[in-house]
Design a protein around this ligand. Structure first.
Ligand SMILES: N[C@@H](CCC(=O)N[C@@H](CS)C(=O)NCC(=O)O)C(=O)O
Length: 223
């Protein structure tokens, strides 16, 4: 629970993940949105054995995390979860049509344009490291990501955030930048570096990160 108030929502994540991906598991972006919105939440952590069991597959058909439970409402896909939480916080997702459209566009840009490009790099660097095909593919993956990061950097040249004031879109875009923390791709752009630093300096991010890391450490020490 992230607050002394009675939790309204429950976030489902994993019990244990390798250190390499701690700070990247997608419950972090959900936690960040919940902290920004000031919504108290519980956390349930599941083991590898539970991921493919029918109760979890009924709420996340791919056996993944995160899942958000809110009474009768069950959501999967971190982008959908962030949007759901943001609907309760005008600061994260404005109701005025034009402002809302800008934020929504950038939320989708994060998960459907930027994130697949970042995932491809994780794929070649982590999940298929050492495979000859991965080494051959890597330069094209990096070029594509650099192209997108260049566009994002251009967009942020005269802006502090992607869609007006800080919003749910920044939670998702920053989360994607974090995915390639093992490279210099963000550091290559002072604009992107400053943007990521600015977003991660938020108290809500700090709280979310602390809780995210503590949850994994809890299971380390009880293993
Ligand atoms: N598009 C999904 C991706 C979910 C995802 O890849 N979750 C990872 C953790 S970040 C997971 O559950 N991995 C364990 C597995 O796939 O077995 C989302 O954004 O929620």
């Amino acid at each position: 629970m992230s607050s002394p108030e009675k939790p309204e929502m429950t976030l489902v994540t994993l019990k244990s993940v390798p250190p390499l991906v701690r700070g990247l598991v997608r419950d972090l972006r959900a936690r960040w949105a919940l902290e920004e919105a000031g919504i108290p939440y519980n956390v349930v952590q599941i083991g590898r054995d539970e991921q493919r069991a029918p109760p979890h597959l009924a709420r996340q058909p791919f056996g993944q995390v995160p899942v958000l439970l809110d009474g009768k409402v069950t959501l999967f896909e971190s982008g959908a979860i962030v949007q759901y939480v943001a609907e309760r916080s005008p600061a994260l997702l404005p109701s005025e049509a034009a402002a809302r459209a800008r934020v929504m566009s950038w939320m989708f840009a994060a998960v459907s344009t930027l994130e697949p490009a970042a995932s491809n790099l994780q794929e070649v660097d982590w999940f298929h490291a050492g495979a000859p095909w991965a080494a051959a593919r890597r330069p094209a993956v990096v070029d594509f990501l650099r192209l997108h990061f260049g566009s994002l950097s251009d967009w942020l040249r005269d802006r502090d955030h992607v869609a007006g004031a800080f919003s749910a879109a920044d939670i998702l875009v920053t989360s994607v930048l974090r995915m390639v923390r093992h490279t210099d791709l963000v550091a290559e752009s002072p604009i992107l570096t400053a943007y990521q630093t600015r977003c991660e300096a938020r108290l809500a991010f700090q709280r979310a990160m602390e809780a995210h890391m503590a949850a994994f450490e809890h299971f380390d020490s009880s293993a």
